[in-house]
Design a protein around this ligand. Structure first.
Ligand SMILES: Cc1ncc(COP(=O)(O)O)c(C=O)c1O
Length: 298
């Protein structure tokens, strides 16, 4: 059977099952409360990028959320590769999730739980379509602020994403392609699925705090160093963004996505700018060259 028509295989609590049989309970805390953490890695041409770094971030989320798992980081890595392999996907987005599972009593001590563990793989997901990748997206600054570190630290990669959905509803209704929000001090933070960079006078800037520590953001920082582009990790505002030479978002879902407009202000230079283009090219070269790669073995 062709890969496109075959039913996907899902990892669930130690078993590899056809998706139609990979069901979880309606009493699962992940479903009832959004109580769980996850991560997403991607594969390109048969190689998963920075798998160890993603699994390490996942284990930080688990630790901070007081969530248990039956598997070691190495076993998670093996199961992630195996899920991609069984789905025969050379270009894939692979999501792995731990929830607090089904409690023995409805009002339970959240520390005591049997986790639900899931891995599924989909064909590679790009956040932007071809046209948006070529000529940039329209980005809205949301009226919603990001979570403060003393409520839900943005470094948790957690399932509770109602907030993000509300911001997306707002952006879609206003006709924008994507959005970013500010932190509670009014500085630029990030988007619902991406981090943010801007270029001013040849210098690359990215927010310092109140963000998920994106693996792609870290990769672009490393590539900027390699390319000799000076980097500043610091707070900045919407004013800085609107007057920047280049702005782009970045994520595991496609690398850099150039921005051409921010809440009604068209940037002065056409997107993508030269530094965005150069860094994105280096990113994809690095992936095609098999840097930081774990082979799926297809
Ligand atoms: C809130 C948020 N910020 C940033 C990112 C980008 O992170 P990464 O580069 O690890 O995909 C994501 C990814 O989903 C995210 O959810």
């Amino acid at each position: 059977m062709e890969p496109e028509t075959r039913e996907p295989t899902v990892y669930l609590n130690g078993d590899y099952l056809p998706a139609s049989r990979a069901g979880i309970s309606v009493f699962d805390q992940g479903f009832l409360l959004g109580d769980g953490v996850f991560d997403v890695v991607s594969a390109w041409q048969g190689n998963i990028f920075k798998l160890q770094q993603h699994v390490a971030r996942f284990f930080d989320s688990l630790q901070a959320a007081h969530l248990q798992t039956r598997l070691t980081p190495e076993q998670w890595s093996e199961a992630i590769v195996e899920t991609a392999r069984r789905n025969q996907l050379a270009d894939a987005s692979i999501r792995f999730i731990v929830t607090r599972g089904v409690p023995e009593q409805m009002v339970a001590d959240p520390r005591v739980h049997t986790p639900t563990e899931v891995i599924w793989a989909a064909p590679y997901i790009f956040l932007g379509d071809e046209q948006q990748r070529k000529s940039g997206i329209r980005l809205m600054v949301s009226q919603l602020r990001g979570f403060a570190p003393d409520t839900l630290d943005p470094r948790y990669k957690c399932l509770s994403r109602m907030h993000f959905q509300l911001a997306k509803v707002e952006a879609c209704a206003a006709g924008y392609d994507d959005l970013i929000w500010l932190n509670n001090d009014g500085f630029v933070a990030e988007g619902p699925a991406s981090n943010l960079f801007m270029v001013r006078n040849g210098v690359l800037y990215t927010p310092a705090s109140d963000i998920l520590h994106g693996i792609t953001r870290q990769t672009f920082l490393e590539l900027a160093e390699r390319a000799g582009v000076p980097v500043r990790i610091q707070q900045f505002t919407v004013y800085d963004l609107c007057t920047a030479d280049e702005v782009f978002t970045c994520s595991t879902a496609g690398g850099a996505l150039p921005v051409r407009e921010i809440s009604g202000r068209t940037l002065r230079q056409p997107a993508p700018g030269p530094i965005t283009r150069e860094l994105d090219q280096l990113y994809w070269n690095s992936r095609v060259d098999g840097e930081h790669a774990t082979a799926i073995g297809l």
